[in-house]
Design a protein around this ligand. Sequence first.
Ligand code: UTP
Length: 297
Amino acid sequence: MKKKVTKAIFPVAGLGTRFLPATKSVPKEIMTLVDRPLIQYAIDEARAAGIKDFIFVTSRGKSALEDYFDTSPELESVLRKGGKTDLLQTLKSTYMDSGAIAYIRQHKPLGLGHAVWCARKLVGNEPFAVILPDDVIAADKPCLQQMVEAYEETGGSMVAAMEVPPAQSSSYGILDVKAERGPVASVAGMVEKPAPGDAPSNLAVIGRYILSPQVLRNLGSIDKGAGGELQLTDAIAAEIDQGRDVFGYRFDGQRFDCGSKSGFLQATVAFGLAREDLRDDFEAYLHGLISMRQAAQ
Ligand code: UTP
């Protein structure tokens, strides 16, 4: 019987240089879409997928993340006294069960693969999920939940996949697809950041993974790859070479690259418009703004 996926790694040790100067003192994952930090979207998605153990790979300067998940007795008491039950509920959604969350440090930013490898002892010998909080996915059924359901049928390792324009292949890991059945693609190989002419397909890997524990062992033995970093893509591709199944999953939903300024702005607009309490005012503002810009051209 396949083991259930109950552990997730959240690699949050990157420097976030694309958001300097903000990220000098604020971790990227604490930056907010409307009123919730990126990390809250990631945690909610993991919870919906049945994750029970949350493993954060952090680095210096990320203590705001640990504080975010702590209890907040003073704030709680003020809200309770003021009868603000809705806000009290919102506050409590940030609390984690005792022992459910673990923090481990990546001492140097040696890349995503290395960050995941840092969590190997906490994961042990079972399948696990990886969530990159700066990929935010708007979906009716949360993306990781879609993947866990598919994984229960397929086993193996699974990566979230979406089509990208050929010119963007050098920003992603790209799948070499063997066969497709519905949203599930069997993968014959994976290439990290290929030039457009070298990309085996237009199916790119984005920041959700369900991985076999062998991937952690592979990370311990493979050489550094693209950019001189230990690449998670290479460790997953090694699974294929070792004769194990790897699948791409075409998730249903819209992904925002909140690690880039443009993606973050797009997500802010989309999530703002999706909020009932803000929609009317915000939409009217956007219409007004666009009309004004068109009139000025
Ligand atoms: P990015 O490639 O977006 O890098 O990492 P970054 O450092 O966060 O941001 P920029 O490019 O400097 O603006 C993708 C994910 O991998 C994590 C990041 O925290 C992010 O969630 N990561 C990256 C690590 O945990 N450690 C690393 O050494 C590199």
